[in-house]
Design a protein around this ligand. Structure first.
Ligand SMILES: Cc1cc2nc3c(=O)[nH]c(=O)nc-3n(C[C@H](O)[C@H](O)[C@H](O)COP(=O)(O)O)c2cc1C
Length: 144
């Protein structure tokens, strides 16, 4: 059985993104990590921030087969904590001692479902997504 984890980042926990996320994670019975609670600084070309929460969090995330990213759309992009997290994945592309972990990224696939809130699903490309995208429509949850 494929294992999934959800990464959530919205400025309000119970807004559209949070409600959609809760609906999905309740059905899947999976853990949600609120990126807003993580101590993560912006991408640094010199990697002077390796002692923050990003690296251990990313290594833990890589233990899962399916990774769900949930963020509202903020100015045509994701929320700030989500953007920092996505930027920091570059650490795993830059740093030689993270090579083995970087290889664990292989085979992941991204899907995006959004209606003013955005859910991006990465999963093993050899396996179908757990829930078809059509079933992820908010069905009245998103009124914002
Ligand atoms: C700072 C900010 C920027 C936003 N930018 C966009 C945008 O570019 N496009 C859009 O469709 N909605 C935008 N919205 C609307 C939010 O995506 C929408 O209200 C969403 O439901 C907020 O997520 P939440 O319900 O989880 O708080 C923006 C909202 C905020 C607060």
């Amino acid at each position: 059985m494929l294992r999934a984890i959800a990464l959530f980042a919205s400025s309000r926990r119970n807004g559209n993104t949070g409600q959609l996320m809760d609906r999905i994670t309740k059905e899947l019975e999976i853990e949600v990590v609120d990126l807003g609670n993580a101590r993560m600084s912006a991408y640094d070309y010199e990697h002077r921030n390796r002692d923050d929460d990003f690296e251990p969090l990313m290594k833990r995330v890589l233990d899962f087969d399916q990774i769900i990213f949930a963020s509202p759309v903020y100015w045509y992009s994701v929320s700030p904590p989500m953007k920092v997290f996505l930027d920091r994945i570059s650490d795993f592309l830059d740093l030689p001692d993270l090579l083995n972990d970087r290889r664990r990224l292989r085979g992941k696939q991204a899907y995006i479902v959004w209606r003013r809130a955005l859910v991006l699903i990465l999963h093993d490309s050899m396996q179908p997504a757990t829930i078809p995208a059509s079933d992820w429509m908010p069905k009245g949850l998103c009124k914002g």
